[in-house]
Ligand binder design. Structure first.
Ligand SMILES: [Fe+2]
Ligand SMILES: [Fe+2]
Length: 278
């Protein structure tokens, strides 16, 4: 029997100001670039990353810029959030790798899921597109909460994944632990994330038949898009090396959402393109 980490033992780091501000900007109708640029300026690493992407072949418009505000405008809030999450998550959650599980693969996986979910969210025409994008980035954050809160238990989970050839969700169930989606939702609640994001994160391993009956069809569709995007990211190798997970895309699920194979392919293509500098 494994000792269960109770939620009071969890280490919940505080949300970085840059992430808080970017989130507020993403949800507001009028973006305040000055505020954003002033915050980012304090961090040379983030500044360099923004400018590098802004001057890359994807966003560069022939003229190189060293102006952070111009850079942010070029790359947009989506890419900015991906950069901020990469930096802040790497700073907030410091741990040595657990078997196949490491922070670099983690942040890349989140960025991929978020980009694919964003593209597929457009296909299903959801009004919750920002929630999907943010939830994609943070969907597995509960794994990091556990990694810094209880190293022994995290090691046990990754070892179970390896020896049983199963994924995180199955290993947590096998060890009778709270799932990482629950720990993640707790952290995001603590960080006062929008309810829509928390709902998505909390349900990212729950099949529709097992979800609350009170959800709207829009909410259910968004959860399904997030689950699908997670599977697609794993399918195209944007996750952990030597990690076992079912990567089959269920065509019934696609049909239900009204997403074609063609649309999946183009979402993958766009994610590959957007995240080539990641
Ligand atoms: Fe997950
Ligand atoms: Fe995932």
């Amino acid at each position: 029997m494994v000792d269960k980490t109770s939620s009071k033992d969890l280490k919940l780091p505080s949300m970085p100001d840059t992430v808080r501000e970017c989130l507020a900007q993403m949800y507001s109708l009028e973006a305040d670039l000055n505020k954003m640029a002033n915050l980012i300026q304090k961090d040379p690493g983030i500044t360099a990353s923004v400018l590098k992407l802004a001057n890359s072949s994807i966003y560069g418009v022939g003229k190189s810029t060293s102006d952070l505000k111009v850079g942010i405008t070029r790359i947009g809030m989506t890419s900015l959030m991906q950069i901020l999450v990469k930096y802040s998550v790497e700073n907030l959650f410091k741990f040595d790798s657990f078997d196949f599980f490491n922070i670099k693969a983690f942040t890349k996986h989140g960025a991929w899921v978020s980009q694919v979910a964003f593209e597929l969210g457009k296909v299903v025409k959801t009004a919750q597109i920002t929630d999907l994008l943010v939830a994609g980035l943070f969907h597995d954050i509960g794994l990091l909460v556990r990694a810094i809160s209880d190293k022994v238990l995290m090691k046990k989970i990754t070892e179970t994944c390896v020896s049983e050839k199963i994924d995180f969700n199955s290993a947590e169930k096998k060890l009778k632990l709270d799932g990482h989606e629950v720990l993640g939702a707790d952290l995001l609640k603590n960080w006062q994330f929008p309810d829509g994001v928390i709902l998505l994160v909390k349900n990212h391993h729950t099949e529709e038949a097992f979800r609350s009956k009170n959800l709207t069809s829009e909410q259910n569709n968004c959860i399904s898009v997030l689950c699908l995007s997670d599977t697609i990211a794993h399918r195209f190798g944007n996750a952990y090396l030597n990690y076992y997970r079912d990567t089959r895309v269920n065509s019934v699920d696609l049909d239900k959402l009204g997403i074609s194979n063609q649309e999946v392919s183009s979402a993958v293509k766009l994610a590959t393109q957007h995240l080539q500098h990641y």
